[in-house]
Design a binder for this molecule. Structure first.
Ligand code: ADP
Length: 484
């Protein structure tokens, strides 16, 4: 698939430190999950190069922070324009290494780029404050200043967007960054870095360390232990988030964490069922169920349970599975063997405890899994507690509103949640009662660049996107001026 790139020079396989492409002393393979074929080998860097990237970011910081907000904004805007001008190529690289359908990949390029556009604009609005004085001889004010060298560690499910929504606010605020993209999807990340250089982001301001799974752990340790790195933004599993937090305790680093979810999707008797089926399908099967905001548990009130299950099954059965480059494909491959095994484990466990298969249920040749739906799920099943992160929808039946709220909140996670109702009182009651950072009401998809994305409980810390997304990259400084 990569032979079809309009601009083959976007296919970078070396890492980026201080404006130089670095080969590293070893390489690791990047494969196409749809075909199993190798796409490229990429620089496998370790602690020494991590130290070099940190030093480069630190050296580049004074000049970058000294630029005016408008100068940084203009460069970021240029980066946005280049990302969009290369949407097709970036989408192609993404589908090749990640597997999501090409249309979805191009959609992610637009979504990922939108954070760069947004924070290019927000760069000019990092306003301080003047405060009423407590003494006429003094004047009080608040400055917002860039936090310093920032690190971003990102996952494979959104190879571009998870980078841009961390890096764009950091750069806009006047910080410099070191990015450690996921080892399964470094090619999209490196292409975005190449475009950042073309946009005029100076050497050392944006560094990208590629590394395989083992070296990523080693690089992570160096980043966490560094006194120079002031902030880590991580998106990935809760387990790795905890490790990074623990490793960052000795240097008391600021952290933004976007971790696992276990999203409930509740359908009340008064819902528009056809709309709920569309929302449920979009929320569950997007990216083959591999997003942290994908619905994991469907709770349906008894009055509409049979109708919903039947209509949802019809919809799920109509989904087309295949290579993301084929026309009309709704669902591509899963990212790796372990992901397939987890989905199968959740399906088998549910069936062994009495769930009824309404659609799918099996692996397909290669790394594909049938879009799967089961009815009569119960709380003792693995799918009630664990995030499946795959194309498996278990449907639970409930009787009353409180029961649904309690079931939805019965998890250590609190990222996205969804519910369908046409009753205005219920909409506010339930929205306020759900212990989640995000609530979709009569919608299955809710993310965009100018809204605060993030979770409560063990789903993470901080918000990405929106004007709040800048907060983690600035320090607040209080000035008290006397002798006026
Ligand atoms: P996922 O479950 O989405 O694969 P992970 O949390 O395993 O998420 O990985 C997300 C990112 O974190 C990847 O870039 C991966 O290389 C990195 N990573 C995994 N383990 C560590 C670690 N111990 N230290 C630093 N980075 C890590």
């Amino acid at each position: 698939p990569l032979a079809l790139l309009k601009d083959p020079s976007l296919l970078k396989t070396d890492a980026l430190i201080n404006g130089e492409w670095v080969k590293g002393s070893s390489r690791f393979d990047v494969n196409d999950p749809a075909t199993g074929l190798k796409l490229a080998d990429v620089a496998n860097l370790g602690p020494t190069e991590a130290e070099a990237a940190i030093a480069a970011a630190n050296a580049a910081w004074p000049a970058w922070r000294a630029q005016t907000a408008k100068q940084r904004s203009i460069i970021l805007r240029k980066w946005f324009d280049l990302l969009m001008a290369n949407q097709e190529d970036l989408g192609r690289i993404m589908t090749a290494e990640q597997g999501k359908p090409f249309a979805e990949a191009k959609g992610e390029v637009a979504y990922g780029a939108s954070f760069v556009e947004w924070f290019a604009e927000e760069a000019k609005r990092i306003n301080g404050e003047t405060l009423p004085t407590f003494d006429n001889n003094r004047r009080l004010m608040v400055l917002k200043q860039p936090i310093g060298v920032c690190a971003a560690i990102t996952p494979w499910n959104f190879p571009l967007a998870m980078i841009t929504r961390k890096v764009a606010p950091a750069l806009a605020a006047g910080c410099t960054v070191i990015i450690k993209p996921a080892e399964l999807t470094p090619l999209t990340a490196l292409a975005a870095a190449e475009l950042a250089i073309r946009a005029g982001i100076p050497a050392g301001v944006l560094n990208m360390l590629t590394a395989d799974a083992d070296q990523s752990i080693a690089v992570g340790k160096v980043i966490c232990a560094s006194d120079v790195v002031r902030h880590i933004s991580f998106t990935g599993s809760t387990e790795v988030g905890r490790i990074l937090m623990a490793q960052s305790a000795p240097t008391v680093k600021k952290m933004s964490l976007e971790l696992g979810g276990n999203a409930p999707f509740i359908i009340f008797n008064d819902a528009d069922i056809d709309s709920a089926v569309e929302g449920a399908f979009a929320s569950k099967y997007r990216n083959a169920g591999q997003t942290c905001v994908c619905s994991n548990r469907f709770y349906v009130q008894s009055g509409v349970y049979d109708e919903f299950v039947e209509k949802f099954a019809t919809k799920v059965k109509s989904a087309k599975v295949g290579n993301g480059f084929e026309d009309g494909v709704n669902q591509g491959p899963l990212i790796e063997e372990a992901a397939l095994e987890k989905v199968q484990r959740h399906v088998d466990d549910a069936v062994s405890k009495g769930a009824r298969i309404m659609a799918g249920g099996k692996r397909l040749p290669g790394q594909f899994f049938e879009p799967t739906l089961v009815a009569d799920a119960t709380n003792d099943m693995l799918c009630a507690k664990e995030e499946t992160f795959g194309p498996f929808a278990p449907v639970f039946k409930f009787e009353n509103e409180q029961e649904a709220i309690d079931a939805a909140n019965d998890t250590e996670f609190g990222l996205a949640s969804y519910f369908y109702s046409r009753d205005v009182g219920r909409i506010f009651r339930v929205a306020e009662a759900l212990e989640y950072g995000m609530v979709g009401i009569n919608v299955g998809i809710l993310a965009t660049e100018h809204v605060p994305f993030g979770g409560v409980k063990q789903s993470g810390l901080g918000r990405e996107g929106s004007h709040h997304g800048m907060d983690d990259y600035v320090e607040i400084k209080y000035l008290c001026v006397g002798d006026i």
